[in-house]
Design a protein around this ligand. Structure first.
Ligand code: NDP
Length: 338
C-alpha cells in the first residue's frame, strides 16, 4: 500500500474542478484535503461542492495544514510565482499551472526555490500526456517522416463563455491568447520534435473578445534549433475551425486532427511514398497521466511529464512571441541556464 499523499488546492478554479481533482483522486493513496480561495465563502462552497474536507482563505493557512504534502496551483497567472515560492519555503511539492509566471526571471526563481527546498516542481502542460502527441513524437524520432522540416499548429478555438473573464480583460493577470494557448503549443512542439525554439515572429489580433490591450488571436512562426519552422494559429474567437497539428518532413507528413484538446480524442494519419496510413492510438486521460507521473516523481521514481524547466522554456517562447508581435521584429529566444 502506498502512503497517502494529501493535496492542497491553491485556487478554487475551473480547471481543478473539471479535470485535476478527478485526476488526483484517480491515483491510489492520493486525496484533495484542502482548498484555498481568496474569498472564504467561495472556498467553503467549492469544498462542499467537490467533497474537500477543509477550506481556507489564505495560502499561509493552507501551507500550515500538516495534511498537505503537495499543492496544485491554479490561480490566475500573476499569482503562481509568489505562491510557488511560499510552497517551497513550506516544504510542499508543487504542481503549477502554465504559464508558470509572467516573466522568465520569476519562473527561474520558482524552479530554483523548489530545487533548493528539495521539493518536486512540475508544470501542468497536459498535451504532452496525450497518446496522440506521444505517438507523433515516437513516429518522428523513429524517422517516419524523414528529416522534419515544418510543423503547423491549428489551435484556434472559441473561449467558452464561462471562461470569458480575466483571460480577455486583465493584462495584469497574464491574460491573452499567447500566454494561454501559445504556451501549450510551444511545449507540445518542444516535446514532439525534441528540439528547442530559438526565434519567434508573429502578429496578433484583438477582435471581438479581448480588451485592455490583450490579444484574442495570433499567428506566429517559431524557428527551432534543428531548423524546423513551426507555424502557430491560436485564437479565442474561432468557433468552427477544429484543432490539429501537422509535421512535414522530407520523407513524409503527419496529419493529426482534434488533438489540441483537453480530451483523450483525435486521429493521426501518416503519409509517405507508401501511401496513407491511419495510426492506431490508445487514448488515455491526459490529466490523470500527468498527475500519475508527478506522484511517481514525488516518490522518487522518475521525472514529471512536464518538468518545472519545461515550464520555463514554454514561457520563454510565449513571451518571445508576445515581444515579436509587439515590436514587429523577430525575437531570439536565449538559451536558458537553469
Ligand atoms: P478560473 O477563472 O476558473 O480560476 C482562476 C481564479 O479565478 C481562481 O483562483 C479564483 O480565485 C477566481 N475565480 C474563479 N471562479 C470565480 C468566481 N465564480 N468568482 C470569483 N472568482 C472566481 O481559471 P481557470 O481554471 O480557467 O485557470 C486557472 C489556471 O489554470 C490558469 O493559470 C490557467 O492558465 C490554467 N489552465 C490550465 C489548463 C491546462 O489544461 N493545463 C486549462 C485551463 C486553465 P480564488 O481562488 O481566489 O477564489
Amino acid at each position: 500500500m502506498q502512503p497517502t499523499l494529501g493535496w492542497g488546492l491553491i485556487g478554487a478554479s475551473n480547471i481543478a474542478r473539471q479535470y485535476v481533482i478527478g485526476a488526483i483522486r484517480a491515483q491510489p493513496g492520493n486525496e484533495v484535503v484542502a482548498v484555498m480561495s481568496s474569498n472564504a465563502e467561495r472556498a467553503k462552497a467549492y469544498a462542499t461542492e467537490n467533497g474537500i474536507a477543509a477550506s481556507c482563505a489564505s495560502v499561509a493557512e493552507l501551507l500550515a495544514n500538516p495534511a498537505v504534502d503537495i499543492v496544485y496551483i491554479s490561480t490566475t497567472n500573476e499569482l503562481h510565482h509568489e505562491q510557488t515560492l511560499a510552497a517551497a519555503r513550506a516544504g510542499k511539492h508543487v504542481l503549477c499551472e502554465k504559464p508558470l509566471a509572467l516573466t522568465v526571471a520569476d519562473a527561474v526563481e520558482m524552479v530554483r526555490a523548489c530545487r533548493s527546498a528539495n521539493v518536486v516542481m512540475a508544470t501542468n502542460h497536459h498535451l504532452r500526456n496525450a497518446a496522440t502527441h506521444r505517438k507523433m513524437r515516437d513516429l518522428i524520432a523513429t524517422g517516419a517522416i524523414g528529416k522534419p522540416l515544418f510543423a503547423r499548429v491549428f489551435h484556434a478555438v472559441y473561449l467558452p463563455p464561462n471562461l470569458q473573464g480575466w483571460r480577455i480583460d486583465r493584462p495584469q493577470a497574464g491574460g491573452g491568447v499567447i500566454l494561454d494557448i501559445t504556451v501549450h503549443d510551444a511545449d507540445t512542439l518542444r516535446f514532439t520534435l525534441g528540439a528547442e525554439p530559438v526565434e519567434a515572429i508573429g502578429f496578433t489580433q484583438a477582435s471581438s473578445l479581448a480588451q485592455n490591450g490583450l490579444e484574442d488571436g495570433v499567428m506566429a512562426v517559431l524557428r527551432f534549433d534543428n531548423g524546423v519552422l513551426a507555424q502557430l494559429h491560436d485564437a479565442f474567437t474561432v468557433k468552427h475551425a477544429g484543432t490539429g497539428v501537422e509535421y512535414h518532413g522530407d520523407a513524409g507528413s503527419i496529419i493529426a486532427r482534434d488533438v489540441m484538446t483537453q480530451r483523450p480524442i483525435g486521429e493521426i494519419v501518416l503519409r509517405t511514398a507508401n501511401g496513407e496510413q491511419s495510426i492506431a492510438v490508445e487514448h488515455e486521460n491526459l490529466y490523470a497521466r500527468a498527475v500519475a507521473a508527478f506522484c511517481a516523481a514525488v516518490r522518487g521514481e522518475g521525472q514529471p511529464s512536464a518538468t518545472a524547466e519545461d515550464g520555463v522554456r514554454s514561457l520563454a517562447t510565449a513571451l518571445a512571441v508576445v515581444e515579436a508581435c509587439r515590436t514587429g521584429r523577430a525575437v531570439s529566444i536565449a538559451p536558458l541556464r537553469l
